[in-house]
Ligand binder design. Structure first.
Ligand code: ATP
Ligand code: MG
Length: 454
């Protein structure tokens, strides 16, 4: 056993000491140790393993939350930190490839480490004597930047289909490669992968998208065959040549756009899907020129479908689809004020910043250049001026509302909605019309075409 200078937080030592007084052992394990070796911030969430049962932990410490007691995990809360304490175990059977059927508690750290997924996650540190336990050479693999299964990868991936996805996720987060034998077993255990719940896969996908270099994770998903199961709609983008400034096919363009987007889930998802409808929208002229008219609309609905399947929440789906649906704006100084107002009204003030982030990422992903937000400065300046003028840009800015229209004899319902939308159009064209009397007069004039009599 080697000793490394792991600066163990005092609270962790206190926990280990308390357990030792009760004849129990406790080790720091898992991600926090790995991240410490990598020099990444690792102090806020710490995983520990012990031979004490969850019930003992609940008895011994004042603030413990039974977060995953079925699987032997409880969370000890200490100021500024939460410590996940898992009882040593070796899983017995994985009938359905999802979660272990039953958990058997075992008394030693070595067998606990042997059931963990990757060598870099299968190390332990004893806070009381400084022993570093690394039976699978996790440190060597960290130095080689390799993700390697503990034991036989075929067996380990056949036990739990989430592990291949975790391998890719760690590769993307850490900039590591997947060791060859481990990599080769991903396609071979695809049947187990297929049994994993969408929610668990989605959470890993989210971590890939929010990593430093998502394109690395996405291309690993593609090469291992996981991508076409997870996001089959992306496949048609491979080899789909584009026009103009584009250096890449649609799929690589999407990957690089995600890389260039800020680490905000909605923006990264929007970047991932923003051109996904291009292959379907493509029309080729006799001269061989390609057009992708309305691809943003197709992309938005494909993104919604994919995100629904992945069980993302509806508000996130709507936000992403909205951004994608609006990503093809083409601003020039010649835009009239009315055109600008229409643009802001249809994007929505609250979404402008996100749409600009998506545009920057899209542009950067065209040639794989650094994102440059200054390209949008002229549009930004004009919008700032517009917003300072306090013009009506949404229904709530109109000087009349549904009550006024109801009093004027227009029944509530879809027709009222259409009349309000038409009034907004009028005001977007000419803000001077946004006066109560004027709008009531216009409403009176147009209600006839909606079948409302005087
Ligand atoms: P992070 O929390 O940074 O995402 P982590 O390595 O801590 O990474 P967790 O999901 O918190 O990941 O799991 C903690 C530890 O539990 C891992 O380091 C690993 O040892 C073990 N582990 C987690 N999931 C699995 C799994 N599916 N199969 C085997 N071991 C696992
Ligand atoms: Mg963790």
């Amino acid at each position: 056993m080697n000793i490394i200078p792991y600066r163990c937080p005092g609270a962790v030592k206190d926990i280990a000491r308390r357990l030792a007084h009760n004849g129990r052992k406790a080790f720091v394990v898992g991600g926090s140790l790995r991240d410490h070796l990598l020099g990444r911030d690792a102090d806020s969430d710490i995983d520990m393993a012990s031979d004490a049962s969850p019930e003992e932990i609940l008895r011994l410490f004042p603030r413990v939350v039974p977060t995953g007691i079925k699987h032997g995990t409880v969370t000890i809360l200490v100021p500024g930190m939460s410590i996940e304490m898992t009882t040593f175990r070796a899983e017995r059977s994985y009938k359905d490839g999802r979660r272990p059927e039953s958990v058997e508690y075992l008394g030693d750290i070595e067998s606990d480490l042997a059931r963990r997924d990757f060598t870099m996650n299968a190390m332990a540190f004893d806070p009381l004597n400084g022993d570093f336990i690394d039976p699978f050479d996790g440190r060597g693999d960290i130095a080689r930047k390799l993700i390697r299964s503990v034991g036989d990868p075929y067996e380990r991936f056949s036990e739990d289909g989430l592990r291949p996805m975790r391998a890719v996720r760690f590769a993307a987060q850490l900039g590591f490669s997947i060791e060859e034998a481990t990599f080769d077993c991903i396609p071979r255990t695809i049947e187990t992968f297929k049994k994993v719940s969408m929610e668990r896969l989605r959470d890993e996908l989210g971590k890939i998208l929010l990593s430093d270099r998502p394109s690395w994770g996405l291309s690993l998903l593609e090469r291992t065959g996981l991508l076409k199961l997870l996001l089959p709609e992306l496949s048609a983008g491979r080899g789909c040549r584009q026009k103009g400034d584009h250096s890449f096919d649609v799929l690589d363009h999407l990957y690089y756009s995600v890389d260039a987007a800020p680490k905000i889930l909605a923006i990264r998802l929007a970047a991932l899907f923003h051109d996904v409808g291009k292959p379907e929208a493509m029309v080729e002229t006799e001269e061989g020129e390609r057009h992708f008219h309305r691809h943003e609309t197709i992309s938005a609905s494909m993104a919604s479908r994919a995100m629904k399947r992945l069980k993302y929440p509806n508000d996130l789906i709507d936000e992403v689809a909205h951004l994608i649906g609006h990503h093809m704006f083409n601003y020039s100084d010649e835009w009239s004020d009315a055109a600008l107002r229409r643009f802001v009204a249809s994007v929505g003030r609250e979404n402008l910043e996100s749409l600009f982030m998506l545009r920057c990422a899209d542009t950067a992903g065209t040639k794989r250049t650094a994102p440059d937000p200054r390209n949008l400065d002229p549009l930004r300046r004009r919008i700032e001026k517009l917003l300072a003028q306090d013009s009506a840009l949404g229904l709530k800015d109109l000087k009349i509302n549904g009550n006024d229209l109801a009093e004027a004899g227009i029944p509530r319902g879809p027709v009222m909605g259409k009349i309000l939308a038409e009034l907004l159009e009028t005001v977007l064209d000419d803000p001077a019309q946004n006066e109560r009397e004027t709008l009531l007069r216009i409403a009176g004039g147009i209600k006839g075409k909606y079948g409302i009599e005087d």
